[in-house]
Design a binder for this molecule. Structure first.
Ligand SMILES: Nc1nc2c(ncn2[C@@H]2O[C@H](COP(=O)(O)OP(=O)(O)O)[C@@H](O)[C@H]2O)c(=O)[nH]1
Ligand SMILES: [Mg+2]
Length: 564
């Protein structure tokens, strides 16, 4: 405001240079993207014309001192308050590109995790209802109404209005503050799918919003009925009716709020990962010794993270090498499917919306969406289905971690025959995972080597592939270059720690270089935009002295802007 007042008293040239300076500063600070025509077109000059004109208050066509002022100036005045963006070389009202802005925001948020820790606290539905009723009943009639009937209907309408607002405001807050799933980091999106089930998150939020809309429409309707009452008694009756109706609706549909409360609780309990800290992720079949190795590698005592659908917790530890800190975590195990490979579980790129698992359907085993796990629905699943469901989700969690988090992989192979998954099954899963995540930094470890030396194992379940040379080599030694370790005899642990250190330092460098690449790209975009603005400003300066007529001036500028 002060800036505006000061500028009013300055000469057009001073205003012009001030605006150019400010535009440059905005560009320098990276505030590009939205450029005000007020600045780019030096529109305040026309505003000065208005203030100088004796007819500045007259609408429509303006005449004064022989100067004709065109209706274009009215348009000009309108656009002073609007901001524009450059789209395909021409200016488009910012409101028209609102969608793009949302998209930008989405891209921004997708780069970060931590949304679950920012979820709003949800109040149980009964608490919302009773506190709203208490507050509404305390509302009294507007002071100074002498007529009893008028006073009563005024009080009734006000109380109903207050109840409606008290009920609707928290619901609105939940709607606004629970993030849209599609704008979340893909890892968090996958956790929502895995823990809550396909579409459950949106369903619960949708129900909460439907309840809000119902409360508003019923509340308004009864408040207006109450306001139309002609007697004190009628007003009282309508007030009671309205209160009862709202209470009834909220008691009946308030379950959605309680479901949302459970969703928030579940999601907030998810382990927090730091994307910028290099992480080592242990992968392999169940019982191969992953957790035991996490304990050995962690410098402190690792925490057990309970993902809601895991039967056993997952360990999350920290490794400190000198001044550097790293994360180490195990994943639930991967199993070989007898009906094929893991490919049904692949998480396709960014989207988990299409995640499907093999699931018994009424017409036999087919592809069906994940079953929701919220509330009672989960309990009703038959035991066999529940086990299958949990197993699928455990594996999907492993795949989600590998797909969406910048982790280095420590793949654990157990060739001792102790873990319950045969060497050839482990080999098949390993090859699939290795191929799928070939870009990850990687170490192979053969665990429990104390047992290997004691008794070479032969599996009854081994198939004819055993003759295959590669498999035979694998069964004996694991993948090429694998480190043989034993938590029991401590063999190979020092070598493993050294290799892990090297790997994590590399991972750290990788994260840093990716980050600086990203920053460079962003800076380049800002720079390009800055150059464009500079060219436009210079072109504007050239055209300005040549053109006297404001209308023509504007037309030429529009053409010029579109050309650049
Ligand atoms: N003999 C022997 N047993 C081990 C070794 N490492 C782990 N185990 C055992 O293997 C079983 C599974 O280990 P765990 O770390 O829970 O495997 P995870 O399911 O892959 O996390 C446990 O009973 C461990 O005691 C080892 O080096 N030698
Ligand atoms: Mg484990």
């Amino acid at each position: 405001m002060n800036e505006k007042r000061k500028r009013k008293n300055q000469s057009p040239a001073a205003v012009h240079s001030f605006l150019r300076l400010r535009e440059r500063e905005r560009e320098r600070l990276g505030m590009s993207g939205t450029s005000s025509l007020l600045q780019l077109w030096q529109i305040p000059l026309t505003k000065l014309l208005f203030t100088r004109s004796r007819f500045s208050k007259v609408a429509g066509l303006y005449m004064g001192h022989g100067t004709e002022m065109y209706p274009a100036l009215c348009f000009c005045k309108n656009i002073q308050t609007a901001t524009y963006e450059v789209v395909n070389g021409s200016y488009v009202l910012t409101s028209q590109t609102k969608e793009n802005k949302i998209k930008d925001k989405a891209l921004e948020t997708q780069e970060n995790v931590g949304a679950f820790q920012k979820l709003p606290m949800v109040m149980p539905s009964v608490d919302i209802l009773y506190s709203s009723l208490r507050k509404a009943k305390r509302v009294s009639a507007t002071k100074g109404i002498a007529n009893i009937a008028k006073r009563e209907r005024n009080k009734g309408a006000k109380q109903l209005d207050a109840l409606m607002k008290e009920l609707a405001v928290p619901l609105r807050m939940y709607k606004d503050n629970f993030p849209n799933k599609k704008y979340l980091h893909p890892y968090e999106r996958s956790l929502i799918e895995l823990t809550l089930g396909d579409g459950s998150y949106e369903e619960v939020l949708g129900k909460v919003d439907a309840l809000r809309k119902k409360v508003i429409s019923v509340g308004k309707e009864h408040a207006s009925l109450c306001a139309k009452s002609t007697t004190k008694r009628e007003a009282e009756e309508r007030l009671n009716e309205g209160m009862e109706k709202l209470e009834q609706i909220f008691s009946h549909d308030g379950k959605a709020v309680d479901d949302l409360l459970n969703v928030a609780k579940t999601l907030r309990a998810m382990p927090v990962v730091d994307l910028e800290t290099p992480t080592l992720c242990l992968v392999g079949a169940p019982n191969v010794g992953k957790s035991s190795l996490v304990r050995i590698l962690s410098t402190g005592k690792p925490e057990i993270c309970n993902y809601p659908f895991t039967t056993r917790g997952i360990l999350m530890g920290h490794i400190a090498f000198g001044y550097q800190n790293f994360q180490v975590t195990d994943t639930p195990g991967l199993l070989r499917r007898h009906d094929g490979s893991l490919k049904d579980l692949w998480i396709d790129g960014q989207s988990l919306g299409i995640l499907k698992v093999a699931w018994p359907t009424p017409s036999g085993v087919g592809m069906a969406p994940l079953r929701p796990t919220l509330g009672k629905k989960r309990e009703r699943l038959p035991q066999e289905d529940k086990t299958r469901y949990d197993r699928n989700n455990l594996e999907k969690l492993t795949l989600a971690v590998l797909s969406h988090l910048p982790t280095a992989v420590l793949y654990v192979h157990d060739l001792s025959g102790e873990c319950g998954t045969s060497a050839s099954d482990q080999f098949v899963i390993y090859k699939e995972i290795r191929e799928r995540f070939s870009s990850h930094l990687w170490i192979d470890v053969v665990s429990k080597c104390d047992l290997l030396q004691e008794s070479p194992v032969i599996f009854i379940t081994e198939d004819s592939n055993a003759d295959h040379l590669e498999l035979a080599r694998y069964r004996k030694m694991g993948p090429d270059g694998a480190i043989h370790v034993s938590v029991k005899s401590e063999a190979g642990l020092n070598e493993l720690k050294d290799r892990v250190h090297e790997l994590l330092v590399l991972q750290s460098a990788l994260i840093k270089s990716e980050k600086s690449n990203q920053e460079n790209q962003e800076n380049q975009t800002i720079q390009e935009h800055g150059n464009l603005v500079e060219i436009r400003t210079q072109a504007n300066e050239l055209v300005q002295p040549l053109l006297g007529n404001a209308n023509t001036c504007m037309m030429v500028r529009v053409l010029l802007m579109q050309q650049i």
